[in-house]
Design a protein around this ligand. Sequence first.
Ligand SMILES: Nc1nc2c(ncn2[C@@H]2O[C@H](COP(=O)(O)OP(=O)(O)OP(=O)(O)O)[C@@H](O)[C@H]2O)c(=O)[nH]1
Ligand SMILES: [Mg+2]
Length: 288
Amino acid sequence: MNIQWYPGHMAKTKRMIAENLRLVDVVCEVIDSRIPVSSRNPDINSLTGGKPRVIILNRSDQADPAETALWSKKLSGEARCVIETDSKTGRGVNRFADAVRKAAEDKLRRAAEKNTNAIIRAMILGVPNVGKSSLINRIVGGRRAKTEDRPGVTRGKQWFTVERNLELLDTPGILWPKFEDPVTGMMLAFTGAIRDEIIDTEELAAKLMELLAERYPKAIEARYKVRPEGSGYDILTAAAIKRGCIVSGGEPDITRISTIVLDEYRSGKLGRFTLEKCTLDGSDDITG
Ligand SMILES: Nc1nc2c(ncn2[C@@H]2O[C@H](COP(=O)(O)OP(=O)(O)OP(=O)(O)O)[C@@H](O)[C@H]2O)c(=O)[nH]1
Ligand SMILES: [Mg+2]
């Protein structure tokens, strides 16, 4: 799958992270629980220069819970704290402040020794549409950060005060260099991290169907009343016929069924699916 992206974004990303890094004590890396490999920056370790990190497995409500638990365990080797959240309902978000304080415990201890008050500042980092601003709204209460169901909503950086001693920096979603890798690009497109306008909807839906039919055949069978066999296009075609998506002339309407499948996957109607499985042997460790 060929997804166009502008050149030079890598340099811009590096600059953005470097500039903000000087201002914070903790980096909060927000990951999409459905794609814990593709939604991570492969250069995160070098880019964040050893700053204490909290990993947030967001959208946990949309992922396979058993898989998320495995990922949580695996990623705990890379962060001071890993938490699972659903920023839509707020589930798990109550663990956030403590996680950040734990990550910043060196600074807090030094301040306590000097009898001073330390303000902990944390930067929220992640791919577009993963739920960074929603997470912040859940933490601070209300709808102070702008959120929308499409990538590219947050434009500039913005500070939020959680409590007297804790401040959060919301940042625009950024795509990573590995995004040019076709599998990574596809995973990010499935979940909605990449604008749909630059993607071939039918090709994307066919690829998603193929993957889901392989991983979660029963769910596909139950939802679309089709046999989860053959190519992604074959399954889409069968689903179009079952759903009555037919164009004049009697041909199956692949465009329409493609949009339906992508929407149903993204809204969670199909079920809780993790598209990237966790192996605990370290073979899918992308940060090296
Ligand atoms: N189901 C579910 N939806 C979520 C979750 N977190 C965020 N969303 C939804 O995802 C959409 C995007 O959320 P945002 O908070 O705007 O995402 P963002 O990471 O700030 O996006 P950018 O600013 O564009 O980078 C919104 O429609 C949210 O309601 C979650 O944990 N579960
Ligand atoms: Mg945002």
